[in-house]
Design a protein around this ligand. Structure first.
Ligand SMILES: Cc1cc2nc3c(=O)[nH]c(=O)nc-3n(C[C@H](O)[C@H](O)[C@H](O)COP(=O)(O)O)c2cc1C
Length: 330
């Protein structure tokens, strides 16, 4: 059993979170995960702070939320030149259960804006953005980080960033225990959680290669000091992973794929819908022994109707599934 976590007076039960995943954790996917249940809160994908000022909260699949989702954290990409107070003021109209600031993204386009990992690396801008966010929002305010660069001085730099985060009034930290340059090439360094938690009094949520209850149970000593867990890629492959944490859940794989297809059609314009379905299927197909044929059929499908036909053909014959699909290389 994963205990609940209370962040700034708000209870998240259990302390299990669906990670922010660009082009995946949109309204349709969050609806699907939420229908299975078992997740303490769902994170939106990283949202460009400035876009929040223009978003239609009733229609945009990035910010739209349905009652079934229950608790939702909105993850923001912020830069020091952003009107942080205005952005958070607008976002507050949508009643987020928490706001998270991305300090981990290593994509060049984000770093060029001095956001994501670029903001993490600039202590002055970091403190300024976090303090503005804190002054603008009285609810749970969290950050998501990696270990930083793996160059000389990494430990001291990391400890200093944690101090800035804590002194800026942030309530909790999600730590993905990889260095920026690791990308996804090597395994997440779970052995570093014990050290990281000695550097701050803030609760740390563990992220990176948390593939299910078994890894947490089998490595209990490594996770003793963390306050919760965040699941990314395995939640795409198994949107029921939170519901299945403590008990087996019977899954109809075809029905889950079709349901997301329907939800995506409902929320997205057709040309974006097919892109979202392709990305989801890349991960979902890892469940099946012959998933690569399914995945490539969907990558080549020109539209949602064609994708549906490919899926019906694939699911029309019994498919062998892996108990724990590999996320290697994606
Ligand atoms: C397709 C994809 C999109 C992602 N988008 C985001 C994002 O928008 N914000 C973020 O903080 N991390 C993002 N990440 C990183 C994940 O949130 C998570 O930290 C990472 O996948 C490690 O967790 P996992 O091993 O459980 O997947 C993304 C990862 C993937 C694979």
């Amino acid at each position: 059993m994963i205990p609940r976590i209370t962040i700034r007076g708000v209870e998240f039960s259990p302390g299990l979170f669906c990670a922010p995943l660009a082009e995946v954790t949109h309204s349709a996917f969050r609806r699907l995960v939420a229908e299975f249940g078992g997740c303490g809160a769902l994170f939106t994908e990283m949202l460009n702070g400035r876009e929040i000022l223009r978003e239609d909260f009733q229609r945009s699949p990035y910010v739209l939320r349905r009652p079934v989702e229950k608790k939702v954290f909105y993850q923001l990409m912020l830069r020091s030149s952003d009107p942080v107070e205005q952005i958070i003021g607008r976002l507050a109209e949508n009643h987020p259960d928490g706001i998270d600031i991305n300090l981990a993204c290593y994509a060049p386009v984000i770093r060029q804006l001095d956001a994501g990992s670029g903001l993490f690396e600039n202590p002055i801008a970091l403190a300024s953005v976090l303090q503005s966010a804190r002054a603008s929002w009285s609810g749970p305010l969290t950050v998501k980080i990696r270990l930083g660069h793996s160059t000389i001085g990494a430990e001291d730099r990391f400890a200093e960033r944690l101090r800035i985060i804590e002194n800026s009034g942030i309530d909790a930290i999600t730590l993905h225990t990889r260095f920026f340059e690791d990308k996804f090439k090597r395994r997440s360094r779970h052995e570093l959680f014990a050290w990281a938690t000695t550097l701050t009094k803030l609760p740390i949520i563990a992220n990176g290669d948390i593939t299910g209850a078994r890894i947490v149970r089998d490595n209990a000593a490594l996770f003793q000091t963390v306050a919760g867990f965040m699941i990314g890629r395995m939640a795409i492959a198994k949107p029921w992973i939170f519901a299945a944490w403590n008990q087996p859940v019977e899954i109809n794989y075809a029905e889950v794929w079709r349901r997301l297809h329907d939800y995506i059609c409902e929320d997205f314009e057709p040309e974006i819908a097919i892109k979202r379905m392709r990305l989801f299927t890349k991960y979902y197909a890892r469940n099946f022994h012959f998933g690569h044929t399914f995945s490539s059929a969907i990558q080549n499908a020109p539209d949602m109707d064609a994708a549906r036909s490919c899926a019906e053909e694939f699911f029309g014959v019994p498919q062998a599934v892996f108990e724990e699909p590999s996320m290697m290389g994606i």
